[in-house]
Design a protein around this ligand. Sequence first.
Ligand code: NAD
Length: 225
Amino acid sequence: MTATSGALHGRVAIVTGAARGLGRAVAERYADEGAHVVIADTLIDEALDTADDINRGGGSCLAIETDVSSSSSVAAMTTAVRDTFGPISILVNNAGLVADLPRQPFDEIAEDDWDRVMAVNVKGMWQTAKAVVGDMRSAGYGKIINVSSDTVLSGVPGLLHYVSSKGAVWSFTRALAHELGAEGIRVNAVAPGFTETAQRSPMAATPVGAASLAALFLGLRPPTT
Ligand SMILES: NC(=O)c1ccc[n+]([C@@H]2O[C@H](COP(=O)([O-])OP(=O)(O)OC[C@H]3O[C@@H](n4cnc5c(N)ncnc54)[C@H](O)[C@@H]3O)[C@@H](O)[C@H]2O)c1
């Protein structure tokens, strides 16, 4: 653990999709700040490894297999969180389909793939917010942070379902912030730019792969060789 302020001491924070990548970094940081952190992810083996690492470092972390697109899975997860740590006061809606999505022309995206991206990246945020808001209302305190993407501004080609879903996250966040703000529950979004994570590193490790990634997130045509 790094020396920190302990600003989140005793808070219970759920970070969805934190088995790896950006979510993992958030979970590690929250643990450093004293929060009880829950990793809610479909990748349970990676989630358990991440939780073990955090706990070995002196943090307090629990991994729970969760599919954010399923209301029953989310309900089971939040029940287990309350049983273990108590009421939930922070939710980071980070889970998203992104790293594994192939880049393809918009008219070749399969209908099932479109639906799945919306179910995870947009509906998942709604499901998790609904499942935690009762605790936040009771406490008159809560933070909900939704992860969007700067691709909303650059409009990268080849990922229409993903970019559309991240645009929806912006409007979802604004509307929910207006609904909940008066109750002491703050709802915000962050829109990261391209961030290299372990998941992306194999592609970034080759010159063509790195150029393709850079082009992708700048909205340019990728190199052909
Ligand atoms: N890395 C970037 O460059 C970048 C840039 C902008 C925005 N983002 C956003 O940040 C978030 C994290 O991205 P990342 O790069 O770490 O991706 P990643 O693929 O490494 O991590 C995403 C995590 O979400 C989990 N997940 C996927 N579907 C799920 C589901 N149905 N239920 C629960 N968990 C699920 C995955 O198992 C994985 O652990 C995503 O929302 C992504 O859109 C990333």
